[in-house]
Design a protein around this ligand. Structure first.
Ligand code: BV8
Length: 262
């Protein structure tokens, strides 16, 4: 049940917000804490959120229409170039104070925190977080779009440069090792994320619109098991209805103080 009495006004300082101290008290008492982050976690690192208006060549595309195998098979170069454009962006960005606060908290309490992310930018790992559950893959790795009939274990390093790179033997395409819409999530990762969501006493849900499933179902499962779900997001989300508290602040601003000395 959302503690609506404490839905703060826009310009209120978060330290004066009763939901801030209430959340700190819940975190202090929690043995197991789960965190799920979305694109908003990286917004203050300069990474456009997933539903920010697309730019440049893809300005009139919805991400859901690009992050999709069918789109890739129809226009491999177009989709591959979108990923190359995003990869170039990600090479220049750094973790923000929110990523660092979570990594430092995990270093202080290695057994208490499980971090799962919908993001592919690896900024949590760059900040020092370990054991990060990447629900939607990562921007670094590639894999074959189709298994090679002749050499099933063909290494991706064999791909000849191109847009996209192809196997010189069989012509098969590489694809980013990212979970596209319509792809199942990595089973092991999702199972671990589900376990952590069902076992936690507090779940911080940071920087996600709560639109994409099955990831958005994890906080719902946690709340069903009695966990306090805390949403950290300057804007309303699809998950607000299950929140114990809403911290309507940018994550890089509020996380360092929220986790300080806990
Ligand atoms: C699946 C990788 C089983 C790609 C992503 C029809 C057919 C098949 C499936 C479906 C279907 N219809 C619906 C589905 C399910 C579908 C789905 O959920 N669709 C949605 C659009 C309704 N899900 C799937 O397809 C999943 N697979 O279900 O498999 C299956 C298989 C076949 C058939 C049926 C079922 C796979 C989903 C994974 C897709 N891949 N990412 C890539 O990156 O290129 S998802 C993508 O969305 C990103 O990972 C992103 O993280 C994620 C969620 O978005 P958000 O993170 O929330 O980002 P968003 O921009 O939306 O919001 C940012 C938030 O940050 C905002 O709220 C903003 O206010 C806030 N913010 C901004 N600044 C800050 C901030 N917060 C804090 N601080 C700030 N400073």
């Amino acid at each position: 049940m959302t503690d609506t009495a404490h839905t703060p006004t826009k310009n209120q300082d978060f330290r004066a917000d009763p939901a801030f101290e209430a959340t700190r008290a819940l975190l202090r008492a929690a043995q197991r804490i789960a965190v799920m982050s979305g694109a908003g976690m990286s917004a203050e690192s300069g990474v456009p959120t997933f539903r920010d208006a697309q730019t440049g060549l893809w300005s009139n595309c919805r991400p859901e229409d690009l992050a999709d195998e069918r789109a890739y098979r129809q226009r491999p170069g177009w989709v591959w170039d979108w990923y190359m454009y995003r990869r170039e962006q990600l090479k220049t960005v750094k973790p923000n104070a929110g990523h660092i606060a979570l990594a430092e908290f995990q270093q202080r309490h290695p057994q208490r925190l499980t971090l799962m992310t919908q993001n592919v930018d690896r900024l949590h790992q760059a900040a020092g977080s370990t054991g990060v559950l990447e629900l939607h893959g990562n921007w670094v790795d590639d894999r074959w779009l189709d298994p090679c009939p002749k050499t099933p274990a063909c290494p991706v390093s064999r791909a000849a440069p191109g847009s996209p790179p192809r196997c010189p033997e069989c012509g098969h395409l590489l694809r980013p090792d990212i979970v596209w819409f319509g792809d199942s999530l990595p089973a092991q990762v999702l199972a671990e994320a589900e376990r952590a969501s069902l076992a936690c006493q507090v779940m911080l849900v940071i920087g996600t619109s709560g639109v994409v499933y099955p990831a958005a179902g994890l906080p719902i499962a946690a709340q069903h098991m009695g966990a306090a779900v805390i949403i950290i997001n300057p804007a309303p989300t699809e998950l607000d209805r299950i929140a114990r508290h809403l911290l309507r602040y940018p994550s890089a601003q509020v996380l360092p103080a929220l986790l300080d000395d806990i």
